[in-house]
Design a protein around this ligand. Structure first.
Ligand SMILES: *Cc1c(COP(=O)(O)O)cnc(C)c1O
Length: 480
């Protein structure tokens, strides 16, 4: 049957396609039958996969069967409503369908010409999303894979803005330029440091600014750090304000940071990878205070807008600097329309690009801005409720404010030392995750081992959060 030299025959594709859609439908419907966190040991899955590829083609049915047999128990089910770890990315029906279509079209949006609908659709979606989060019209948007990539492009733009000839001369071996410094809070995401590593700024070029008791950057400390650096010959060039930090979801004071950036001519980048989507909710508009003063902002729909991995949105007021940093057009990529269109390959390190904006189209149109806002707001309300249960329970302690949908807490029975509490909570988290009912993650705040619970799955209902709380209480009792 596999002796033709073409693709899978259409009728076979149709039949298998329906089968796969059935599989996905049942999987999502019955997802709560699985434990959210995979229990396999390292190497278990690898052992099940033949070491060499098959010489002859196999029946696609066998491949589908092996998804169950080989992979499924090694899957951590991010779509499971018991998944309350990290920031849970969940996918939605319309998002999954769009992803399917993206693969079928398989267009590469490197140039306008390589698919006009791609470039113009992405532009339209950026315009929609810009309005959804309330950014002014002078913000230009582009889709990258992850926030790490978006922030790396922000730091590149900040560096390019200095006009030190980095594009031509690079950074190494030069004594005509000072060392560069970028600022972020102690609670900023590690992607900022990775960006600095990638761009030759180095970890020493990242200065972490202390936070207050609500884990927000202290602007006076930022200003002081810049002044000390200037005195010592560093070149401050960029500051990152985080709106929704990864550990505690704290919000840096953007207005104050913006004033300092304006005074010292620093690029201001806002990292709102997780929390940015909440800006579409009227009651949450406060988080966007000062955003119009930022040079760039990153928001990830793949975190809390029911978008399958991956999709990160990067907005900037200065797309021309991005283009100045990255545009290189070899002869074979020149087109007649270059003067009148945007070729997205000019705005980043990648040439080829996936048709990710389709996911936004399907999701935003299916749920509507109102439907999305209501779902996200529901998660915020559930998290606030969970936080209240923690506050009302004498033997538990909440360790950070809850501006969004993430609650940091610990079990803290009386008469225990900090060290004992850390051990106790580490054990409690292990027991919680071994239960096979829910999956939570942890962080360390000021040396304290903290359990984190995030609400944000499109499948989250009140019962799931109540169930989680009952389980946590039950397992903590058993530790006595
Ligand atoms: C999750 C997160 C990131 C990293 O996101 P990726 O898309 O996985 O690169 C960066 N910053 C913040 C604040 C985050 O919450």
């Amino acid at each position: 049957m596999k002796n033709n030299l073409n693709d899978m025959p259409s009728e076979e594709f149709r039949k298998t396609g329906y089968q796969l859609v059935d599989w996905i439908t049942d999987y999502l419907k019955e997802i709560e039958n699985y434990p959210p966190l995979s229990k396999v040991n390292p190497g278990d899955i690898l052992k099940r996969i033949p070491q060499s590829p098959p010489r002859k083609g196999e029946d696609i049915e066998n491949v589908l069967k092996d998804v169950d047999k080989i992979l499924l128990d090694g899957i951590t089910h991010w779509n499971h409503p018991g998944f309350m770890a990290y920031f849970n990315s969940t996918s939605s029906g319309p998002g999954i369908l769009a992803e399917f279509l993206t693969a079928a079209l398989s267009v590469n949006g490197m140039l306008w010409k390589t698919s006009p609908a791609f470039t113009e659709h992405e532009k339209a979606m950026m315009n929609w999303f810009r309005q959804m989060v309330g950014l002014p019209e002078n913000y230009w948007g582009i889709i990258y894979d992850t926030a790490s990539t978006s922030s790396m492009h922000a730091i590149t733009s900040a560096r390019e803005q200095l006009n030190f000839g980095f594009r031509e001369k690079g950074m190494a071996g030069r004594n005509d330029i000072p060392r560069l410094r970028i600022y972020c809070s102690e609670h900023a995401h590690s992607s900022i440091e990775k960006g600095a590593v990638t761009l030759g700024i180095g970890l020493e070029g990242v200065r972490k600014i202390p936070v207050n008791d609500k884990f927000e950057m202290i602007p006076e400390k930022l200003e002081a750090a810049i002044n000390v650096d200037l005195k010592n010959g560093w070149k401050p060039f960029c500051a990152v304000a985080t709106v929704g930090t990864t550990s505690t979801t704290s919000v840096d004071p953007v207005e104050e940071i913006a004033s300092i950036c304006e005074k010292h001519k620093l690029w201001l980048h806002i990292d709102s990878a997780y929390a940015g989507v909440t800006a579409m909710i009227p009651e949450m508009k406060w988080i966007t205070k000062g955003w119009q003063r930022a040079d760039s902002i990153v928001i990830n729909p793949h975190k809390w807008m029911f978008t399958p991995m991956d999709l990160s949105i990067y907005f900037t007021r200065k797309p021309e600097i991005l283009k100045q940093a990255f545009s290189l057009v070899p002869e074979y990529l020149k087109t007649k329309q270059d003067e009148e269109v945007e070729n997205l390959m000019d705005y980043g390190i990648q040439l080829g690009r996936r048709f990710r904006s389709l996911k936004l189209w399907f999701i935003i149109r299916y749920f509507g801005v109102e439907g999305l806002s209501k779902r996200i707001n529901h998660h915020i309300e559930l998290a606030k409720e969970f936080a209240k249960w923690i506050d009302d329970e004498k033997e538990f302690e909440r360790l950070a404010p809850v501006p969004f949908s993430t609650v940091c807490f610990r079990y803290s029975p009386e008469n225990k030392t900090e060290e004992e509490l850390n051990k106790l909570n580490e054990k409690l988290l292990e027991d919680i995750n071994a239960s096979g009912k829910i999956f939570l993650s942890h962080t360390k705040i000021n040396g304290k081992f903290v359990i984190r619970l995030t609400v944000g799955s499109i499948r989250h209902e009140r019962g799931h959060i109540e169930g989680a709380w009952k389980l946590i209480q039950y397992l903590s009792e058993k530790l006595k």
